[in-house]
Design a protein around this ligand. Sequence first.
Ligand code: GLN
Length: 181
Amino acid sequence: MPNVGILAIQGDVLEHKLALERIRVDVSEVRLPEHLESVDALIIPGGESTTIVQLIDLYGLRNVIQERVEAGLPTWGTCAGMIVLAAHLTDRRPEPLRLMDIEVSRNAFGRQIDSFERELHITGIDGSPFQGVFIRAPAVVGMSDKVQVLARLEDGRPVAVKQELRLATSFHPELTDDSRV
Ligand code: GLN
């Protein structure tokens, strides 16, 4: 059974945990550098990217996350997690971990009140469309050819991207009952 770590310093950690428990993988919460030693994968949850990055630096997690992910740890960033993984942001803050070759625009669809849901077709996920929940969501506005787009909105904006074993989604699969992502 793989042990999936959730970076548990801010954001919707509980929702990710419940979603992982539904698919019966072991889950552990990552708050300190040593917690990363025993995980087989890492999720950086949705939340507030400026706070998450501040706490990553406060708890000395930046280098260890970068080292483990660069060494091949499968990693998924949801929403704020996408922002944390980016190489570049259109905003000056926060200072992302630069683990995916993407440029990301925070709050690309507007404020909280502009949150929305959209049916998505995601490469690699068969069957009915996936219900994408977008909450003050970021969008990918640039990427290198190392990055593969897995899903786009109807206007063409990428909202799910993959680079080797790293995945980033603008939307929140953990807030649905659909475990496919
Ligand atoms: N807008 C948030 C940010 O910039 C992300 C929102 C979310 O994770 N739902 O960090």
